[in-house]
Design a protein around this ligand. Structure first.
Ligand code: OTU
Length: 607
């Protein structure tokens, strides 16, 4: 089992001119691929044959990969750090809310280019469960587009148009679970034992009860517990999220093989990046919270190796909303790379928390615990996304739940706060509710009574976006933030969405505001210009590439975060409502005193 199996099955389907390159990549990445898969599945009878079959499937998928994408693979394999540079900028949107459908997204390419976007993350657009489907996160088919959004041809067309515009399409890829009306789930419910084994099904409550002792709950109010009784299965199926989202059983290697195929088929359509949803939950282990298990990393490393062999132009992005100490593992090591990108979720939460506390303590702690990364890896830095801000991920840094509960209360409007956030999963049993709300609402645009208050709200918005831009990673703009769009309460009137306050931050792109984007007199235009200027400044500053060293600088005031990048860049962020004179101690060549306005930010550069 220690010897690398023959690559013959991989080559079988390949046209002769592609064999050498694939062989070379297999020689480089095959050993890790095999080691990781053998570690997880090697004890299973028939493993050798399963592995050969997998190689055969990978070869066939590479054979089907269009020539243009193979050329892109080659270019990116020759420049593996391409996505870590400071010109990269992400943008995240729902297809329908942004452009109506996939064709409509093409109409928005100009807007994305004006902002400087190079990476477009579209939330799930594959065919979703009929009825309630968690905004598309209950996938009914990996090979069909949600009919209202278009067709596979539309997807290919969009990928091409985006690529021509210098924008990589990132698709959400929900690999932890499928909808209860996905063919695998239906087959399982109809008695197909092979497909039943695609899920974690328990005949009675014995094991579920044992697991529940150590499991947390993602949606304690709306979907309590982690198991759902399904009469057709005659048992309980593992459902970490909503009851209609059945967790896949990655202890079954056929599940992995299916998921790999689904991902690579989409990659062959032109999708260049995948947001791997809920990666932390892929492996279950009794006595643990069944998150971040070693097998999760083994499987993600295997997936990375697969991509490196048959589609090296493709990026994998880990969505693991977990404590800081668990995050770096999702990017792997130089010897064992994992995802290319990972959401820096605790940095995001800490930036907001600092606004509530008027103290930079939490971001300082998060940054101190964020290690340097392997070369071709980068953080995805962000301010808001379609989900809630779960303060609990800051538990290590905060030290007490009460401190985080206080932050949550602030964002839900307590004590004359400027924020207009909405609680999420805030039932009586919950110690620290999560927070929903558009960035503009959390920054205080909604409560701002006049021009000065609005100005201050804009500073707070720029402060958190500034942190995302200076930290070192690919910043992601969440649709609507560039126009200062606020909360959308329409979901309350829709029974399928009313229970899930995350919809408050999922508005339709406001065409009226978009029309005012370039209007210097309009407030919307002001927000857009300010954000765009930040992006431009970052793009022009090589110190801000992901690979540049990062250091905390004591600025002499608890409210001020001092962040140096390389030796030519220093950012100062004042998280307080008072003006501050920052004194960047011990760093030669920087001014001894820097004045910062309330919630002011300064970026200093030297030659
Ligand atoms: C992800 O989120 C998605 O981003 C959510 O929109 C989905 O509802 C969910 O998966 C199920 O597909 O656990 O590690 O707390 O932050 O559900 C990621 C709410 C997740 C989300 C959480 C989440």
């Amino acid at each position: 089992m220690n010897e690398l199996p023959s690559p013959a099955p991989l080559l079988a389907a390949l046209p002769p001119e592609r064999r050498d390159e694939v062989l070379r990549r297999y020689a480089e990445h095959g050993p890790l691929l095999y080691r990781r898969l053998a570690a997880v599945y090697g004890a299973m009878p028939g493993f050798g044959q399963w592995y050969d079959t997998l190689l055969g499937a990978l070869g066939a998928l590479h054979a089907a990969r269009p020539r243009e994408l193979v050329a892109l693979d080659a270019a990116r394999a020759a420049d593996p750090a391409w996505f870590t540079r400071q010109h990269m900028l992400g943008y995240s949107a729902y297809t329908d809310h942004f452009g109506g459908n996939l064709r409509g997204v093409e109409e928005r390419i100009g807007h994305l280019q004006t902002l400087g976007v190079t990476y477009l993350h579209l939330l799930p657009f594959l065919r979703a469960r009929a009825g309630e489907n968690d905004g598309g996160f209950a996938v009914a088919s990996f090979d069909e587009i949600e009919p209202a959004l278009g067709t596979m041809d539309d997807l290919e067309h969009l990928c091409l148009r985006l690529r021509r515009a210098g924008i990589s399409l990132c698709a959400d890829f929900v690999l932890n679970h499928v909808a209860d009306d996905h063919p695998w789930a239906r087959a399982a419910a109809a008695g197909d034992l092979g497909k039943r084994d695609f899920f974690h099904v328990f005949p009675d409550r014995t094991l579920p009860d044992r697991h529940e002792r150590t499991l947390a709950q993602v949606f304690p109010d709306a979907a309590p517990g982690n198991f759902t009784f399904v009469p057709a299965l005659g048992g309980w199926v593992w459902t970490t999220f909503y009851p209609y989202q059945w967790d896949l059983n990655y202890a079954n290697p056929d599940v992995l093989a299916e998921i790999v195929g689904a991902l690579l088929r989409l990659a062959n359509r032109g999708v260049e990046a995948f947001r791997l949803d809920s990666t932390a939950f892929l492996w279950k282990r009794e006595g643990t919270g069944s998150m971040n298990q070693p097998e999760v990393h083994a499987l993600l490393q295997a997936l990375r190796a697969i991509v490196a062999i048959v589609a090296p132009g493709v990026l994998l992005k880990a969505e693991a909303i977990v404590p800081t100490r668990e995050l770096p593992a999702y990017l792997g090591t130089p010897e064992a790379p994992e995802c290319h990108l990972a959401y820096h979720s605790t940095l995001m939460a800490a930036g907001w928390a600092a606004l509530a506390e008027q103290d930079a303590d939490l971001p300082r702690r998060v940054i101190a615990r964020t290690p340097a990364l392997p070369d071709a890896a980068s953080w995805l830095t962000y301010v808001r996304c379609h989900d809630d801000i779960g303060w609990k991920i800051l538990a290590d840094e905060a030290g007490s739940s009460e401190r985080l509960a206080q932050v949550a209360r602030f964002f839900h409007g307590a004590d004359g706060s400027f924020a207009a956030g909405v609680g999420f999963q805030s039932g009586a049993h919950v110690q620290v509710p999560a927070t929903n709300g558009m960035a503009a609402a959390l920054a205080g645009f909604e409560t701002a009574a006049g021009p000065l208050a609005r100005e201050l709200a804009l500073r707070r918005l720029l402060l958190v976006y500034g942190l995302a831009c200076a930290f070192g990673g690919m910043p992601l703009v969440y649709m609507g933030d560039e126009l200062g769009m606020g909360n959308d309460h329409a979901y309350r009137d829709d029974p399928a969405r009313a229970h899930d306050t995350r919809w408050v931050q999922r508005p339709l792109l406001d065409a009226g505001r978009l029309a005012l984007r370039d209007d210097a007199e309009a407030w919307t235009g002001r927000v857009f210009r300010a954000l765009r200027a930040l992006v431009e400044e970052r793009r022009a500053c090589p110190s801000l590439a992901a690979g540049q060293a990062r250091a905390l600088v004591d600025a002499g005031d608890p409210a001020v975060l001092g962040l140096a990048r390389g030796d030519a860049f220093l950012a100062l962020f004042n998280f307080s409502a008072r003006p501050v004179v920052a004194r960047p101690a011990g760093v030669h060549g920087w001014p001894a005193e820097v004045e910062l306005e309330p919630w002011g930010m300064r970026w200093l550069q030297r030659a």
